[in-house]
Design a protein around this ligand. Structure first.
Ligand SMILES: NC(=O)C1=CN([C@@H]2O[C@H](COP(=O)(O)OP(=O)(O)OC[C@H]3O[C@@H](n4cnc5c(N)ncnc54)[C@H](OP(=O)(O)O)[C@@H]3O)[C@@H](O)[C@H]2O)C=CC1
Ligand SMILES: O=C(O)CCCC(=O)O
Length: 481
């Protein structure tokens, strides 16, 4: 791969400051989803290597935890700066292993770095409390302490941002961490770990283990040393990890699947709604957990909206991420393409009309599609698509839109467009979701709490709330007479 700094490309795990292979020497091939070309290999590590990474994190903990917050903050800040210095290389690495267009990859590196900067700032604000005591002889105090060794299991759709959103608050709070990146996108994680070393973050504070997911996951959840597990990925794997974590009573944060409604009311600015939907639906080729999954459009504006939207979708440029004019890259793998194709076929078999796209191209590419006349009996109503397909459902009343939007076990992000102030409040309050975009199709930012309810998970990432999951609240009751 053509990088300005080729030493950012690592094919080994990082454990206790050492770059190492799997004990048995086994490796996994990592391919470029746009071309199928093998970019390289990474170790297929498992239980023993994970145990050593946990032990390295445990050894590094006392010194890191004891550092003044200001020093931890300075190290995070240096890590942030280095990510921006190497933004172009990190973006190229990401596009090669993940497929997203280079412009989006550059954007993700900036987004990832923003979490390091944000939590560097938050590190110095981990305040406690003094509570008025009912007994004059007592003083009641609350202090915040790091939970200890943490583990993060991250997905392939945002290979850098999901790590920064977890490692940032962990390190800020004084925790150390073991990271298991997704099998498809390890190089972004390993490059970030390299930059953390260059930033002066001590050996063992950050460890990265690639390989056998169930074995690594089990070693993490079985370990009493690991006090917190943070996961982003599918709901079934999240539930499995949560049940495994019960044995050692870990804190868990789960950022899981979504099934986002995108509601266009008749009083909306249709052009702005189309603009918002293009971002909410087709960013990362439809592979974000906050992607609009079901688009509900009110009867009286349905046809006008559908026409404007389909015209924009049909004009999207599909291609490999490294080409300058690409707007929609490949899906991550054939399994992902199969899933979208199955939903498209199911929708058409149940009366849906393919307005544009839906063509499976060579490799993992698919042309972005719009389905009209979508109905709640279709797979695309129930399942997260995680791909570039947009089903349009009609509705007639506000009440019906809310009922349809909430008719899912998921509760991550929802979006709606309206210019009616009363409706803005009514709908915001009625939507059973952790995040609501109002006349806005892109809600993610490091300053705001990201997370879901119901089957979309537990906990919040980013914002002033994002560090809470990495600290224990300790109550001190002191008698002073
Ligand atoms: N909320 C989100 O942002 C995401 C949601 N998804 C949803 O999940 C679907 C499937 O995607 P997929 O990549 O398979 O998601 P997974 O949930 O399988 O993968 C996410 C992470 O979990 C790891 N993992 C998988 N199984 C285990 C296990 N038994 N123990 C420990 N770790 C495990 C994976 O490792 P490995 O890669 O090595 O298998 C990866 O690091 C998508 O189509 C989408 O609907 C997917 C990704 C992100
Ligand atoms: O899909 C995710 O898990 C993260 C989405 C981040 C973003 O909205 O940019």
């Amino acid at each position: 791969m053509n990088l300005n700094d080729s030493s950012l490309f690592h094919s080994q795990c990082l454990i206790g400051g050492q770059w190492v292979d799997a004990d048995n020497g086994q490796t996994d091939n990592i391919d470029n989803p746009a071309t199928g070309e093998i970019i390289g290999t990474v170790p297929r590590a498992g239980t023993a290597e994970t145990a050593r990474a946990i032990s390295a994190a445990e050894q590094a903990l006392p010194e890191w935890r004891a550092r003044p917050a200001k020093e931890r903050a300075a190290a995070l800040r240096r890590w942030h700066d280095l990510m921006l210095t190497h933004q172009e290389d990190l973006a190229r690495l990401m596009t090669a292993e993940q497929g997203k267009p280079l412009a989006e990859a550059r954007g993700e590196i900036g987004f990832a770095a923003s979490f390091l900067e944000w939590f560097a700032e938050e590190a110095r604000r981990l305040y406690g409390d003094v509570i008025p005591s009912p007994n004059p002889a007592n003083r009641l105090l609350v202090i915040k302490q790091p939970v200890g060794v943490c583990a993060a299991i991250t997905p392939w759709n945002f290979p850098s941002a999901m790590i920064a959103r977890k490692a940032g608050p962990a390190l800020a709070a004084g925790c150390t961490i073991v990271i298991k990146p997704a099998q498809q996108t390890p190089y972004s994680a390993l490059a970030m770990a390299d930059l953390a070393e260059r930033a002066g973050i001590p050996a063992g504070v950050i460890n990265v283990v690639t390989g056998d997911a169930p074995a690594i996951g089990k070693a993490i959840t079985d370990s009493p040393v690991v006090r917190k597990l943070t996961f982003t990925g599918s709901t079934p794997v999240g539930k499995l990890l949560m049940s495994q974590s019960a044995q050692t009573m870990k804190k868990v944060s789960m950022e899981l699947g979504g099934n986002a409604p995108f509601i266009v009311f008749e009083d909306a600015d249709l052009d702005k709604a189309v603009e918002g939907l293009m971002v909410a639906k087709y960013r990362n080729a439809g592979q974000t957990c906050v992607c609009a999954n079901r688009i509900f459009v009110q009867d009286s504006v349905h046809d006008a909206f559908a026409e404007k939207f389909a015209a924009r979708v049909a004009a999207l440029k599909v291609g490999p991420g490294h080409k300058d004019d690409t707007q929609v890259g490949p899906l991550i793998d054939q399994r992902a393409v199969d899933k979208v194709e199955k939903q498209l076929q199911d929708a058409q078999a149940r009366g849906g009309r393919l307005v544009c796209g839906g063509e499976r191209l060579e490799g993992n590419f698919m042309t972005p599609s719009v389905i009209a006349r979508a109905t709640p009996d279709m797979l695309c109503f129930r399942e997260e698509t995680f791909g570039p397909m947009a089903p349009l459902f009609r509705f007639s009343t506000e009440e019906e839109a809310i009922r349809l939007a909430n008719d899912t076990e998921f509760g991550l992000a929802a979006y709606f467009y309206t210019r009616d102030l009363g409706r803005t409040w009514r709908v915001s309050e009625a939507l059973e979701y952790g995040m609501v975009g109002i006349n806005n199709g892109h809600v993610s930012t490091c300053e705001a709490p990201f997370g879901g309810i119901k089957d979309s998970g537990l906990g919040r990432e980013g914002s002033k709330y994002g560090i809470d999951d990495y600290v224990e609240t300790k109550y001190l009751c002191m008698t002073v007479d």
